[in-house]
Design a protein around this ligand. Structure first.
Ligand SMILES: Cc1cc2nc3c(=O)[nH]c(=O)nc-3n(C[C@H](O)[C@H](O)[C@H](O)COP(=O)(O)OP(=O)(O)OC[C@H]3O[C@@H](n4cnc5c(N)ncnc54)[C@H](O)[C@@H]3O)c2cc1C
Length: 262
């Protein structure tokens, strides 16, 4: 099995701030982490490899510091890592991001399964995985909480809002993973040291065969973020709980009259 896992480095959302003047996210100086669901996607891929054999490659499109996230992936079971990084990818929306990732996957060739997180902490669109499947003409199964191989096809348990569903899908296939069942493992000191020594393949836009420069970065993006803002915190609510329902009703009515609502 040749397995690819797409991972994104995201700002630690506890610390994210919006520039009040420009309305854009302040990314400078904000600690970056591996997107948590991508760590689960990697765990799913590594368990899949351990059960059925194969090789796991991780890929990220991002700035040069995304290399840290890729080394973290190697320390917990990925075999190879590829970083696609170039100023030409800047300001990509999900369509441009998924196109660049798909073209690189085509060049690396022959992936049977591509694992993605269900969504990221920052963009949170959940579009990149399904779009990769469309670009590559792969089958796709979203919200996977368990992935098995059965007679050459995938059997995927999906987590739905109100239940579970098992679907069968033939290879090649893109799977987007939810947290359930796939708790990321911890690296050992030895695996961390080995990951630090591992060579990461770095590709610029011009090194991706057949990449159409009009379909990447801002020129390849069909959506524009027109405004980002932190909503004002609402007023704290009030719970009216008098001794009797009648007393509560009277108190509520008085509050509404005083506030000139009724
Ligand atoms: C006009 C515009 C400008 C933007 N400019 C920037 C910018 O300057 N810098 C910036 O960081 N973001 C920028 N973004 C956001 C960027 O488009 C998204 O972060 C990116 O397309 C992924 O979308 P998402 O985070 O919603 O991923 P989702 O669709 O929620 O991600 C699902 C899964 O896809 C995979 N995935 C997603 N992104 C990547 C990636 N880059 N590499 C590998 N795997 C990935 C992961 O497995 C992830 O769990 C911009 C967006 C727009 C619309």
């Amino acid at each position: 099995m040749k397995i690819l896992v797409c991972v994104k480095q995201v700002p630690d959302t506890e610390e994210i701030k919006v520039d009040p003047v420009t309305g854009s996210l302040i990314r400078e100086g904000v600690p970056a982490i591996l997107n948590p669901l991508d760590a689960c996607a990697l765990e799913a891929a590594v368990q899949f490899k351990e059960t059925y054999g194969g090789n796991v490659t991780v890929i990220s499109m991002g700035p040069p510091q995304a290399e840290q996230a890729l080394r973290q992936c190697i320390s917990v079971g990925a075999d190879d890592a590829v970083l696609i990084t170039d100023r030409a990818f800047k300001d990509a929306d999900t369509l441009a991001t998924s196109y660049a990732l798909s073209m690189t996957a085509k060049q690396l060739a022959g992936f049977d399964v591509i694992f993605c997180g269900k969504h990221t902490l920052d963009g949170e669109t959940g579009q990149v995985g399904p779009q990769i499947a469309e670009h590559l003409n792969y089958n796709q199964v979203t919200s996977a909480m368990d992935v098995k191989l059965d007679s050459g096809s995938l059997l995927v348990l999906r987590e739905l809002e109100e239940g579970r569903q098992t679907v069968a899908a033939s290879l090649p296939c893109v799977i987007t993973v939810t947290k359930t069942n796939y708790t990321p493992r911890y690296p050992s000191m030895k695996s961390k040291m080995a990951a630090n020594r591992k060579e990461i393949k770095i590709l610029s836009a011009s090194q991706i065969e057949g990449l159409d420069m009009d379909r990447i970065g801002m020129s390849g993006s069909r959506t524009k973020v027109t405004k980002s803002f932190v909503p004002q915190a609402g007023q704290a609510g009030m719970i009216i709980c008098e001794e009797t329902a009648e007393q509560s009703g009277r108190k509520l009515a008085k509050l509404l009259v005083d506030a000139k609502i009724i």
